[in-house]
Structure formats: C-alpha cells, structure tokens
Write a protein that binds this ligand. Structure first.
Ligand code: PLP
Length: 377
C-alpha cells in the first residue's frame, strides 16, 4: 500500500517509538507520586515541557499536555459554556469538527455564533474584523485547513481583533487549531499573537493519544474535574511515554522543517504537473499560501468515494474526507461549501496528503493510476 493520507494520521517514526518504549520501561512512575519513581517521572515530564516550549518559542508555563487536538480544542470551547452571560463567538464553517461540534451547544446556551465562510479556502480578516463586537469573547481561526491545505491569514485576523479589543476595552480570546501546520509550514505562536493553539502528536509521526494545548489565558477551565495534574487544566495521570515520544516528534519536525517542506513541495509539484494535463481533473488547493503536505483535487467522472475505493483497490490510500468525522463526506462537503466550491467539485473531491515516508516513486504511481482510472471511465 502507498499511503497518501498523512493529514488523517502518520506512521510513528523510529525515533518516537524508541522514546515511547524507553520511557515505558524506565520512567513508568506516576509523576504525581512523591517517591523516587514518581519524582523521576515528574522531572522528565517537566523536561519535555521545557523542550517543546523551546522548540515552539513560548514559555513552558503556557503548555498543557492533552490526549489529542480534539481535547485541546474542546478545553477552549467548553470553557465558554460556563460563562454566566453568554456572548458572541466566531467559528468559521470550515474549522475541524472538534470546534464546529460546539456550535449547536453554544447556541442552546444562548451564545450568538457566527459561522463565517472562507471563499476559495481563505478567511477574510476584514469580514472577521467587521463581525467582532462588544460581546465577542472568542474567535477561532485555524492555521492550515485540513481538507484544502490553505494557510489562513491568522496574523492579520488577530491584528483586526486586537484593534477591536482596544476599542471595546475587553479581552477577546483568539484560538488557532494548528494541528495541520506543525512541521509543515514555518510559524511562530508569539508572532501570530494568538491566545491558544491546538496540536496533535499523531499528525507529526508521533504516537496516537497525546496532544498539546498552548494557552496563555487564565480564564480557561478544564473539561474534566478531580486531579491537579497539568495545573488542573487537564486532570488525569499524564501519558509520559506518549509525551516523551511527542517531544521527539516535535523536535524532529521542527529541526527538519526546511528539508521536509522542500521534499513535500517537490511531491506536491509533481502531482500538480502530472495531473494538470487531464481534462477531468481540477486542482482545488491553490498553489500560493497552501501547505505543501495537502493537495485536494476534484474530478468530473467519479464520486469521491468511488474514486477513493478504486485507488485503494490498486494500492493507494487517499481520503475522500476528514477521517476524524463519522460522517466523512459531510465534513468534506461542509468545508468545500464554506470555501464556495461548487457541489460538482465537492462530489468528486479527494485529498492527497504527503508525509516523511512518501516517496517519489509512490507519487508517480499514484498519478499514473489516477490518470488510468479517469481515462477508462
Ligand atoms: N484539528 C485538525 C485541523 C485536524 O486535522 C484534526 C485531525 O484530523 C484534529 C483537529 C483532530 O486531531 P486528534 O485526532 O488529535 O483529535
């Protein structure tokens, strides 16, 4: 099988797996225990936090270890539900379901939710700035869209929001879901000036079941109660082997970013070039301001599920939607609708996503197979 679904998940790297096994064997104590095993585990946990903070260029006190990006997103959104006076929130319609899944709940609790579109895959900072009002408490803007790969103008959006903060004299929390950005594009959380950000280890060749929340807003509250771990923002015994392996994965992807993006771009360019001659294919992901790791294409011959299945039968894994959603087609369709793609485009769309393990030969094979299938039907 040639795997082109790295935006759904990646294969764990040897380095990360080694760290996981080593930590499982040698630092298996509970970081909250006061005996020697516990202290050893606690020390490693804090070393990991310091190392990830260094790699991301932030203070270690802003980092919370979570179980996944969905949980990191959930901690921020769920905090709103506890507010005594519901206000206004902006959740773009093409965000991951970890965020859009809160829209109905927030409305039930009396919040006004604006679900803005992203024409051609991009949020408009002026549109978002114009929607912000004296009741706005939170604005979400993902850094890289997981279906189209488009890089959002987060810095410009935050600038507009900070102007409104000054005007209204109260803080507005800006959250970015950076799950598809880490290791794929250069960015600085400090320069983006966001209040919080979500990350996931399994998207960067780390293990499943471990994620990260960057948060500098003290009003954010926990999803679950009971323990004091992670300053009570994420109670529950920490997944130290997972965190150790995530630290290695973050280090590898940050340190190898220039080479990695060059390699991803070469594969991305190869597919664009090989498919551009096919009259049945349209590339939906714009060339500029897009992650090199994601390429969304559509075709006018076969529905996406049929094409995905035929590619699978010939040894190629691609995606017809977001693997995180039970209703994958629904999520993909919602994102493409928010991007103002036609319903025909949405029907034939597939996502090809590259990773560190993708080879040029596999990519050429995918292009040949796609061209064969669409030529035959
Ligand atoms: N956010 C984005 C943008 C994603 O692409 C994904 C996974 O597809 C998630 C959140 C959820 O990540 P996790 O599986 O770590 O919960």
């Amino acid at each position: 099988m040639a795997y082109f679904d790295n935006a759904a998940t990646t294969q764990i790297s040897d380095n990360a797996l080694r760290a996981y096994v080593e930590a499982s064997k040698t630092v298996w104590g509970n970081p909250s225990s006061l005996h020697q095993e516990g202290r050893k585990a606690h020390a490693r946990l804090e070393e990991d936090r310091t190392e990830i903070a260094r790699l991301l260029g932030v203070s270690s006190s802003t980092l919370t270890f979570t179980s996944c990006a969905t949980e990191s997103d959930g901690i921020i959104l769920e905090s709103l539900l506890w507010a005594v006076n519901p206000g206004h929130v902006i959740i773009p319609a093409f965000e991951h379901s970890a965020l859009t899944g809160y829209v109905r709940l927030l409305r039930q609790k009396g919040w006004k939710v604006d679900e803005v579109d992203a024409p051609n895959g991009y949020l408009d900072p002026d549109e978002i700035g114009a929607l912000v009002n004296e009741k706005t408490r939170l604005v979400c803007c993902m850094l890289v869209n997981n279906v189209l790969g488009t890089i959002q103008p987060v810095k410009e959006i935050v600038r507009k929001i900070r102007e409104k903060e000054t005007q209204y004299g109260r803080a507005i929390h800006v959250h970015t879901d950076a799950t598809q950005a880490l290791g794929k594009i250069p960015f600085s959380l400090t320069e983006l000036d966001v209040d919080s950000a979500a990350f996931s280890a399994h998207k960067i060749h780390g293990p499943k079941g471990v994620g990260l929340l960057y948060n500098r807003d003290r009003s954010i509250t926990a999803l679950s109660r009971g323990g004091e771990q992670e300053k009570a923002l994420r109670p529950g015994t920490e997944n130290l082997p997972g965190i150790e392996a995530m630290t290695v994965a973050v280090r590898d992807c940050v340190e190898q970013l220039p080479q990695h993006t060059r390699m991803l771009k070469a594969l991305n360019d190869l597919v664009r070039q090989r498919l551009s001659a096919c009259p049945h294919i349209t590339i939906l992901t714009p060339v500029q301001a897009s992650s090199p790791a994601i390429l969304n294409i559509t075709n006018d011959r076969l529905p996406s599920e049929v094409l995905t299945r035929m590619l699978y039968d010939k040894g190629y894994c691609v995606s017809s939607g977001s693997a995180c959603s039970n209703n994958a087609k629904g999520h993909n369709g919602a994102v493409l609708r928010a991007a103002h793609a036609s319903s025909d485009s949405a029907r034939g769309s597939i996502r090809i996503s590259f990773g560190s393990t993708t080879t040029k030969e596999e990519t050429e094979g995918l292009c040949d197979t796609l061209l064969d299938i669409l030529g035959e039907h």
